[in-house]
Design a protein around this ligand. Structure first.
Ligand SMILES: Cc1ncc(COP(=O)(O)O)c(C=O)c1O
Length: 400
């Protein structure tokens, strides 16, 4: 019998935590006392491995090593090294990912580069529900590139809006509000059939749900380092360029870190071979080091188990909230195969409810106009956490 049909007891949730094959990963995170953290889709928790790594970068590599550390401590290679650690999480192959800049800046670079890869085509196709920065960057492209047009249509019309004028289809893999998983393989196939490129924002999927860029034939992708990858506030983002495009793609910000021979200090730009050409200027070594330390644990993560746990946690939380808080309306797909790792509910007093819930030690976030968004990061959220969160939510509701 499913959780939805049986009354769920806390003891049952505790037993599930005890039997959880991924449960030991919880100990790898700093978990503040008295806090149930359901906001890892905004800012991931801090892995315990990060402070010692940062201290080593500060005290050994910077303070002692000084400029020698660019080579001796491998600082120069850090963006590619971190990219290589992200690659298995998104189904990318060696040399297809680099960690650098913010997601917004990477979107800018890949949209401009994608348009250039499809000469004669000038349309960026997206949906109005895409994350705002993705829309703003695309809008900015239309002001920058003569003839560039942003075509924004509801998801169900994407396929019919694809024509010979579309250069790039740019979408978010998991909807940041509802957690709906978009059909990445199907939309990518349709984009290719129309001669367009597919660019996906993986910010709400990488580290939370299975992503296979190679299998889906995705051309370009970006994603955040500070959400499910736990790289810390403002962590560098990453970008992916399918190997087949790497010979031709050019970054619109041709900085010296993307030069084939940066230390030749030549007066003219020659793009580096491979993904390194998408780098621009000097990289934030402290932030990259934090992200690299945070990524170490992923080598041990069984992705099938992660997906199983993510699904089970989502199912449990929906069942609990619907039982304890019938006034909240589910705003995420009920089908777990179509739902990412957060679960959203609607309530007209959503903001006030979440503020009051925070006072009870449960941290989640609000999205306008009425969305309560609960991020369930499977590496550190447990079953009993969700029971306690739902129970506190039910106690909070009548007081708001
Ligand atoms: C889907 C998505 N894309 C991009 C961003 C933000 O990008 P940046 O790190 O450049 O602020 C977010 C932030 O929440 C996001 O949810």
């Amino acid at each position: 019998m499913s959780d939805a049909m049986t009354p769920i007891e806390r003891a049952h949730c505790v037993a599930r935590d005890q039997a959880d094959p991924l449960g030991h990963f919880r100990e790898r995170f700093h978990r503040p006392c008295g806090v149930i953290y359901l906001d890892g889709n905004s800012l991931g928790m801090m892995p315990e491995a990060v402070p010692s790594r940062i201290e080593a970068v500060l005290m050994r590599e910077w303070a002692e090593g000084l400029i020698r550390s660019w080579d001796d401590a491998g600082w120069w290679d850090l963006p590619l090294r971190v990219g290589a650690k992200i690659a298995p999480l998104i189904g990318a192959r060696e040399g297809e990912v680099v960690a650098t800049d913010s997601t917004s800046v990477n979107l800018f670079k890949l949209l401009a580069a994608g348009l250039a890869l499809r000469p004669g085509r000038r349309v960026i196709l997206t949906d109005p529900g895409n994350f705002p920065t993705d829309l703003y960057i695309a809008e900015g492209m239309t002001r920058l590139i003569p003839g560039c047009e942003l075509r924004s249509v509801p998801l169900e019309e994407i396929a019919s809006a694809l024509d010979q004028s579309v250069a790039v289809v740019a979408l978010g893999h998991v909807d940041y509000r509802s957690a709906e998983i978009l059909d990445m393989p199907g939309i990518t196939r349709a984009a290719h059939a129309a001669g367009a490129l597919a660019l996906w924002d993986l910010s709400h999927s990488a580290g939370a749900i299975a992503v296979d860029l190679a299998a889906a034939g995705v051309d370009l992708a970006v994603g955040c380092g500070y959400k499910y990858l736990n790289g810390g506030p403002g962590a560098p983002a990453y970008l992916y360029v399918r190997r087949a495009h790497q010979g031709k793609i050019r970054s619109p910000i041709a900085g010296w870190w993307g030069h084939a021979e940066p230390f030749a200090f030549a007066s003219s730009y020659v793009a580096a071979p491979g993904i390194a050409r998408m780098l621009c200027g000097t990289q934030p070594i402290l932030s990259l080091a934090a992200l690299e330390a945070a990524l170490e644990m992923w080598r041990e993560v069984d992705f099938a188990l992660l997906d199983e746990k993510r699904t089970a946690l989502g199912e449990l939380f929906i069942a609990l909230v619907e039982r304890f808080c019938p006034d909240l309306a589910l705003a995420s797909p009920r089908d777990p195969a179509r739902r990412g790792s957060h679960v959203s509910f609607r309530h007209p007093k959503g903001r006030a409810i979440l503020q009051a819930l925070r006072a009870q030690g449960v941290i989640a976030d609000f999205r306008t106009p009425d969305l309560l968004r609960f991020g369930i990061a499977p590496l550190y959220v447990g079953y009993a956490d969700l029971f306690d969160a739902a129970e506190r939510l039910s106690r909070t509701l009548p007081r708001v």
